[in-house]
Design a binder for this molecule. Structure first.
Ligand SMILES: Nc1ncnc2c1ncn2[C@@H]1O[C@H](COP(=O)(O)OP(=O)(O)O)[C@@H](O)[C@H]1O
Ligand SMILES: [Mg+2]
Length: 340
């Protein structure tokens, strides 16, 4: 593959992402190290991505990308990928695990060429007008529906993993629902295929140990996480980005929340919900209580930023109550576009 690197877009957790040029077109190139084991498996499988490979992270993401390539608007199209042996590239990993230590020593890497998005939601979420927000909710809820239709669940939906491209196309047609959705000049798509889950995957040892709690979370959580993108100010990774030195431990946070009326009400409203899913509901319905649970109050210098949200509480309720009723949700938010 002959290409010219134009710039680095991002140094991700596992890969570096470049903007590249091939002839007159530009793309995103993802370069990441892979293990010899992954290469061997691929070769032994006649370079086809079949079920045998689907307990391996890299092959899962390639499998996902190729399956969803038919919906190029809502995902990032994968054009090509190539394994390189004797690769002199060593990624700068942000943390270490046994797996990452092995990767860092590997001489194999993979280069994948994807559709280039203009930027991601974090760039526009604070300023995007309300009607565009509704178009965003519809487009990404529809993308999640397409994923679930193929048995896939994205475990890492947040506003840096949803990107956009500007467009002159005025409407997107959703054939399953016979709906035309105004784009307002933006087509949104889901990126970052590092953490896709599917019932079709051969489960790894640790995945086999998943509790009911975590599984329940997997099926509904991508949709709930989409809603959380509309609370862009909240420190999502439990305080790590919020410059809060006195952050209580996760257990203390949960003990604190368990003694509140807010949790009592949420448990009454959503009786089957537990664990992280419940924590996400606190963020959505009681963001101030959530901030309090991680030790943030009105005196914090970033307080005004933390409380910004881009959705009305009534709309949020409607969304959560009907979280799996795609058609109802799409119609609801489409109506909102025209009422504004
Ligand atoms: N196809 C793409 N087009 C434009 N930007 C991209 C693309 N893929 C990734 N990026 C940018 O790189 C960042 C990191 O990539 P990502 O796949 O999310 O890796 P990580 O696992 O580290 O989050 C994204 O948040 C986005 O800003
Ligand atoms: Mg990401």
């Amino acid at each position: 593959m002959k290409y010219k690197i134009l710039e680095i877009i991002a140094e991700g957790n596992m890969a570096i992402i470049y903007k590249i040029k091939i002839k007159d077109n530009i793309y995103a190139l993802r370069k990441e190290q892979i293990l010899k084991k992954d290469v061997k498996l691929f070769k032994n499988n006649n370079k086809e991505i079949t079920h045998n490979l689907l307990d391996r992270k890299i092959w899962r993401s390639i499998y996902f990308a190729t399956t969803m390539n038919i919906y190029d608007n809502y995902f990032m199209k994968l054009y090509k990928y190539k394994i390189i042996s004797n690769c002199d590239f060593i990624h700068t990993y942000r943390y270490t695990t046994e797996y990452i230590d092995k990767l860092a020593k590997s001489k194999y890497c993979i280069e994948s060429i994807y559709d280039l998005k203009e930027s991601c939601l974090h760039d526009i979420i604070y300023t995007i007008p309300d009607n565009k927000i509704y178009s965003f909710i519809i487009q990404i809820r529809y993308a999640l529906y397409l994923m679930s239709k193929h048995g896939f669940y994205h475990q890492d939906i947040h506003y840096r993993n949803i990107c956009y491209k500007k467009t002159h196309i005025e409407f997107l047609y959703l054939p399953e629902f016979k709906l035309n959705i105004p784009t307002f000049g933006y087509i949104y798509s889901i990126i970052d295929y590092d953490d896709i889950y599917s019932d079709k995957f051969k489960l790894t040892k640790s995945e086999k140990k998943l509790t009911y709690d975590q599984l329940q979370y997997k099926y509904n959580s991508p949709c709930l996480r989409l809603l959380l993108c509309l609370y862009p100010g909240l420190p999502h990774s439990e305080g790590s980005q919020c410059d809060n030195k006195f952050k209580p431990s996760y257990n203390d946070q949960i003990t604190f929340l368990n003694n509140t009326n807010e949790i009592y009400i949420l448990k009454k409203m959503f009786p089957n919900v537990t664990g992280d899913y419940l924590l996400d509901l606190i963020k959505i319905f009681y963001p101030l209580k959530y901030l309090e649970s991680i030790g943030i109050n009105k005196n914090h210098r970033l307080y005004d930023q933390f409380i910004i949200k881009r959705i009305d509480v009534i709309d949020a309720y409607y969304y959560v109550y009907n979280i799996q009723n795609v058609e109802l949700l799409l119609l609801f938010f489409l109506k909102k576009i025209y009422i504004i």
